[in-house]
Design a protein. Sequence first.
Length: 274
Amino acid sequence: MSRFSLNQASIKYATVPEAIAATVGSGIPAIGLWREPVGEFGLEASAAAVRDAGLRVSSLCRAGFFTVPEGPARRASLDDNRRAIEETAALGAPTLVLVAGGLPEGSRDLVGARERVRDAIGELEPHALAAGVSLAIEALHPMYVTDRAVVSTLGQALDLAEQFDARAVGVVVDTFHVFWDPAVLPTIARAAGRIASYQVCDWNMPIAADPLLSRGYPGDGFIDFESITRAVVDAGYEGDIECEIFNQEIWDTDYATVAATTMARYRERIEPHL
């Protein structure tokens, strides 16, 4: 259990104190925090609460959204990303998760959008290096390419990350988003030294009306956690392993039950392969 982390998204409606209480109560040693509840509770208060509880912060979610053309909106987004880097450092987290962003309104130019993601990360790299924070590019399943992330495969995420210092820019391996990819195992091997976060949840069927909410506890769906986890381990990743679930039924469940269930599934489906 020493590497397990409960990502706050799995208990979406929990405040920072409630999320900490559920995590500690289930014997989980780490938590992945989200910027919105941290902002509501206060950055300094959140950092102090985590320290007082004896937890570590595995990551902060999320920043990014880099695809808008040059102009005031893009400058504001980059300023917000710099603040997110500072927040990550203040929480003592090693990793800030980046979601690339979808196509700007009215655009069909995927190539140009991806170039703007690259350029934005280049602007943020010096700030991340100075703060000691790894910017973790998260590839999202292709069904989100237009509205959430123009980076759709782990290979694309690595193509971006490899243009920058490995201390500053890495990738997320999220089972929900990458398990389907025929090249996922060799691509994880290629990611050695670049994996900044490993996130686990399952792929549920049928797809929910809102496809964002089709995640499940590990073991509920179709993902082969053994092969992916072993590939991540073989690539040299030694960091925390977060359970991050977006699922309305799970969100409506009491936080302690969700935390205990994620812990049990981690022990059953992930830990044996480490």
